[in-house]
Structures are given as structure tokens and as C-alpha cells.
Design a protein around this ligand. Structure first.
Ligand SMILES: Nc1ncnc2c1ncn2[C@@H]1O[C@H](COP(=O)(O)OP(=O)(O)OP(=O)(O)O)[C@@H](O)[C@H]1O
Length: 571
């Protein structure tokens, strides 16, 4: 936080200077208030009284302007700082390895970016000026009181340690609840995010009541910790007020006693000391009060910086950019596990030469998608080696590696921008002509033209205003545009009507032309022509060969093929 604030050191110095002006005016103004009694009201000097009142009005106007400027500067600092934190946080999020998203809910991440940063912002804008002016006021008032009457000052300070002690006790008890409150808020956001994206499933399985109950559980838990945290901290204000009022009473009683017992103290001095004491206690109360806000912000800041400190996905120092990739891919004895306790891939060997088509088949959960994830270096392998054009992928820059691989997944992600911009995701520098050319090759041009605004039609969230097949054709257009030399097709032709499937098949043929292609398909008809088929089971290659070779083997693949043939599935 200090690093962020250090960028604003000149503005902070200016705020400090304005705080000083306001405080000096308060000290001097308070002194004048006391003098009004002793030198003007008691003596009956009315013309002097008018003059001094005018002077006070002038001072109060300057003080108001100075406070306004302080606040204005502080708002700028707070807004800019939180904007910088948001920027850095978003940047860190973009560089996080995929593994992080596997284990953290997206709602919680969003909560860190919004609620937690907002909390920091609010605290900065409210607390820093208060802290500055508070400290200056406390020191200033103390000096002014000591000069005016050391005896009364000591009397007034008797209650100060009680204030600190009470605050310490309250703070110690509230802090855990503030941390819990921020955590629960993140959890609630995570749940909302998950339920909004899974709304269809909720309705389909009539789980609305269950979802409401679950939500209410987290909501109640959040409310509980918030009520305790804020309830305890709300206790602080009245307690502090009580102690302050007690102080004024003690001062009035002792002051009166000192005057009556003939000490060199006037009514004006007692009055001024009480005013000074108010201005001394007020900032102490404020600082102690904002310590709650600061606590809540610190709890948020901890979550923000925890995310920022996450190890980003980094290129190795010696990694290079791959130019003109041919697309020769090989996996040598690759072992991999997502979690240490469960090996997912066991000694996978695979060789794909430029332009070849490799099909991967296997039962669900056998590790097909995992192999694809490793080619993209979404995860690091435990042992073995993956090479592209004989270069270990660990020594290829991530950007360069991923640019050379295009993917058409069953679940295509589309952004809520125009169709054109969605296709452009494949190659950001592509011209409009190149985009249309790619869409034509992908057999998507025809349906795009029929959309209300053609290529400029804005898609709703994740392309929900398009059919599944249309979304896939857009994904193929993207992949064609990317001009990558390696292609990954993940079950790309399932759950689509026959006409769309024919269009998609044609688009795929165009897409695959000259590229090294990896296909994961459950429908074996799509891979009959593959140069090599790998059958995977339990993370191991159990069979490999062409369609004909594997049928002859009469093993796992032949069984799978024949069972699909018998059930009439897409053969
Ligand atoms: N992010 C992850 N974290 C931990 N385990 C995972 C993760 N992704 C997949 N797994 C596990 O790895 C194994 C292989 O999963 P994978 O997705 O590669 O299977 P698949 O062969 O592609 O299955 P399907 O045909 O159903 O898509 C499964 O047991 C799965 O539970």
C-alpha cells in the first residue's frame, strides 16, 4: 500500500500542509474564543468584540476552503490508487496459471477485484486526511493546553489512557470478524456467480428451493459476522463519547475549584481548555474509530495482495520465439498429475509429423483432454518431454507456443462483442476481408449474413443468441484465421443436427488442410481417416495404429467401433 501511496507523495504533502493550516486556525480560533470572554464580554468592550468576531469568521472561511481542498485531493489519490490496484490485480489475474482457476471460485476472484478494492478506496478517501489532521490536532492542542495551563492539562489527560485501553480491547475482539466478513462476502459472490451461470441446470432439476436454502446459509453467515464486527465497533463511538464527556465534567469541576480556591486561572482559561480538550479528544476518537475502517480495509487488502503475490505463469529464461512452425509434435514418456496423489498420464509416447491427423479415443476420464492441455502448456508435466519441431516446449515462449496452436472445443467461448470481433480473436491484426474469407472457408458466412446486423451483430453473453452449431462454425472461423500450424479439435462434432454437421465437416476439412491435427472424438466416424489413432485408458496408451489396423487387432478400439456401429451411432 505504501508503494502505491509513494507515487502520490506530492499530493500527500500538500494535504498535510492544508491540514496544518486548518489545525492552526482551530488552535488560534479556540484561543480567541476564550479571550472573548475574559477581554471583551467581562470588560464590556463591544467594538473589540465585533472586530474579533469578524476575524474569526475570516479564519473559519479559510479553514472551510482548506478542508474542501484536502478532501478533493484525497478523493483523487484514493480513486487513482484503487484504479492502479485494480489494473495491477487484473494484470496479475491474466498471468495466473490455469491451476489457480481450478482451485479458486471466479466469484471470489471478482469479489477481490471489486469489494476488496472498494474497501481500500473508501478507507483511503476517508482515513488519510483524518489521520493527518488528527495527529496535527493532537500535538497542536497538547502544546496549546500546556502553554495555557499545565495543571488543567494534566487533569484533562487523566482519561486518555482509558480511551486507548478500551479501543485496544474492542479492536482485538472485532478484527477476526472483519476478516471473516470479507471472506464470507467472497464466498457469497462465488456462489452467486456459479448459480447465475448454472441457472439452467437449477431450473432443469427443480433445485430452486435447495439453491435458495444454500444461498441463505452463506447470506446468514455473512450477516452474522458483519453484525458482530460492526456491532462491536459501533460500541466504540458511544463509549468514547462517554469518556470525553466525563473529561469535560472533571475539567469544569477542577477548573471551578481552582478559581474558587484563588489560583491564577480565569473562567476564559477553563473554557478554552475545555474547548482544546474537545479538539484533543475528537481526533483521538476519530483515529480510534477509523482504526475499524482500517481493519476492514486491511482484511480486504490482504486478499488483494495475496492474489497479486500469486506466482505468475512465466517463460523460462532461455525460452525462444518459434518462427515458421512446421508442426512436428512429439510426446516422450510424459507423466502428469493434477494433484500429487493421483497420476493421470502414465508414460505417454506420441509422434505426429507435419500435416498428420492424430485421433485420441478412450473412455471418459481417461486423460484425452489432459494431453491437449499439456500441449498448450496449461500445466507443467511431472517428467518426460514434449517437443514441437524438436524444440522442448519448456524452452518456447508461451505466447509463441499458443499462437502456433488453434483449438476448436466443444464448448466455444464467445465474447459479448460483434461476430466480426469474435472471429478476430483468432488473429488480432486480421483485416475485415481476411475475417470474411475465414468465415467463408468455415461455411459460417451464410448464417452470419442472415443475422440482423451481419458481421456487426453483437452477441449476447457467451453467444447465447446463437445455436450450438453456429457457435462452433464461429470457432472454426477463428481457428482458420489464426493460421496456426497445429490444430486441436475436441469432440467438435457432437450434438449437432445432420445438416449443420455436414457444414461443420466441410469446414473442418478446410481447416485441417496442411495442419498437424489432434482430434478427440467420441463419434468414431469422424476419425476413420486419421493417420494414427491412439486408444487411451486410465492414462496409458493401450492401442495405436490406423483405423484398419486397430479393427484387425480386435481389441479396445474395435470393440468401441463395433458397439457404436451396432447402436447405429453416426457411422
Ligand atoms: N483441473 C483438474 N484438476 C484435477 N483433476 C482433473 C482436472 N481435470 C481433469 N482431472 C482429472 O483427470 C482425469 C482425466 O481427465 P480428462 O479431462 O483428461 O479426461 P477425458 O479423457 O478428456 O474425459 P472426457 O472424455 O470425459 O472429456 C479425470 O480423472 C479427471 O477427474
Amino acid at each position: 500500500m505504501l508503494k502505491y501511496l509513494s507515487h502520490k507523495k506530492y499530493s500527500l504533502a500538500l494535504i498535510f500542509a492544508f491540514c496544518l493550516v486548518t489545525t492552526l486556525i482551530t488552535i488560534f480560533g479556540t484561543k480567541l474564543n476564550g479571550e472573548i470572554i475574559d477581554k471583551y464580554i467581562v470588560v464590556g468592550n463591544m467594538s473589540g468584540l465585533y472586530k474579533i468576531c469578524l476575524m474569526l469568521i475570516g479564519m473559519y472561511i479559510i479553514s472551510t476552503i482548506s478542508t474542501f481542498v484536502q478532501n478533493r485531493l484525497m478523493i483523487n489519490i484514493a480513486q487513482n490508487t484503487s484504479s492502479e490496484i485494480r489494473k495491477d490485480l487484473f494484470k496479475s489475474m491474466q498471468n495466473l496459471p490455469l491451476k489457480y482457476f481450478d482451485t479458486n471460485s471466479s466469484g471470489d476472484l471478482m469479489s477481490r477485484l471489486t469489494n476488496d478494492v472498494d474497501n481500500i478506496n473508501m478507507t483511503l478517501s476517508q482515513s488519510i486526511t483524518q489521520l493527518f489532521s488528527g495527529v496535527i490536532n493532537i500535538v497542536g492542542m497538547l502544546i496549546a493546553m500546556l502553554i495555557l495551563s499545565p495543571t488543567l492539562t494534566i487533569v484533562g489527560l487523566v482519561t486518555t489512557p482509558i480511551m486507548f485501553l478500551t479501543t485496544k480491547i474492542i479492536m482485538k475482539n472485532t478484527q477476526p470478524y472483519f476478516i471473516k466478513q470479507q471472506k464470507q462476502l467472497g464466498k457469497l459472490n462465488g456462489y452467486i456467480e456459479e448459480m447465475v451461470s448454472g441457472q439452467k441446470a437449477t431450473i432443469l432439476f427443480s433445485k430452486e428451493e435447495h439453491v435458495k436454502e444454500e444461498f441463505q446459509k452463506i447470506n446468514t453467515s455473512l450477516t452474522k459476522s458483519a453484525v458482530i464486527a460492526q456491532g462491536l465497533s459501533g460500541f466504540m463511538g458511544p463509549v468514547m463519547n462517554f469518556i470525553s464527556n466525563l473529561t469535560y465534567l472533571i475539567l469544569a469541576i477542577c477548573g471551578g475549584y481552582f478559581i474558587l480556591s484563588g489560583m491564577d486561572i480565569t473562567v476564559g482559561v477553563v473554557f478554552t481548555i475545555i474547548l482544546y480538550m474537545r479538539n484533543f479528544n475528537r481526533p483521538i476518537n476519530e483515529i480510534l474509530n477509523i482504526s475499524n475502517t482500517i481493519q476492514s480495509a486491511l482484511a480486504g487488502a490482504e486478499r488483494v495482495f495475496e492474489l497479486m503475490d500469486e506466482e505468475p505463469e512465466k517463460d523460462n529464461i532461455d525460452s525462444v520465439n518459434l518462427e515458421n512452425i512446421q508442426g512436428n509434435v512429439s510426446l516422450n514418456n510424459v507423466e502428469f498429475s493434477y494433484n500429487k496423489d493421483k497420476k493421470i498420464l502414465k508414460g505417454i509416447d506420441l509422434k505426429a509429423s507435419q500435416g498428420q491427423t492424430i485421433a485420441i479415443v478412450g473412455p471418459t476420464g481417461s486423460g484425452k483432454t489432459t494431453i491437449i492441455n499439456l500441449l498448450n502448456k496449461f500445466y507443467n508435466i511431472d517428467s518426460g518431454e514434449i517437443t514441437i519441431d524438436s524444440q522442448n516446449i519448456n524452452s518456447i515462449k508461451m505466447n509463441s507456443l499458443r499462437k502456433s496452436i488453434a483449438m476448436v472445443l466443444q464448448d466455444t467461448y464467445l465474447f459479448s462483442v460483434s461476430v466480426r470481433e469474435n472471429i478476430r480473436y483468432g488473429h488480432l491484426d486480421a483485416t475485415d476481408e481476411e475475417i470474411e474469407e475465414a468465415a467463408k472457408l468455415a461455411h459460417a458466412h451464410h448464417f452470419i449474413k442472415q443475422l440482423p446486423d451481419g458481421y456487426d451483430t453483437i452477441l449476447s453473453d457467451n453467444g447465447s443468441n446463437l445455436s450450438h452449431g453456429q457457435r462452433q462454425l464461429l470457432a472454426i472461423s477463428r481457428a482458420i484465421l489464426s493460421k496456426s500450424s497445429i490444430l486441436i479439435l475436441d469432440e467438435a462434432t457432437s450434438s449437432i443436427d445432420t445438416r449443420t454437421e455436414v457444414a461443420i465437416q466441410k469446414a473442418m476439412t478446410n481447416l485441417m488442410c496442411g495442419k498437424t491435427t489432434f482430434i478427440i472424438a467420441h463419434r468414431l466416424s469422424t476419425i476413420k481417416n486419421a493417420d494414427m489413432i491412439l486408444a487411451i485408458k486410465g492414462g496409458e496408451v493401450i492401442e495405436r495404429g490406423t483405423h484398419e489396423e486397430l479393427l484387425e487387432e480386435e481389441g479396445f478400439y474395435a470393440n468401441l467401433y463395433n458397439s457404436q456401429f451396432r447402436s447405429g451411432l453416426s457411422i
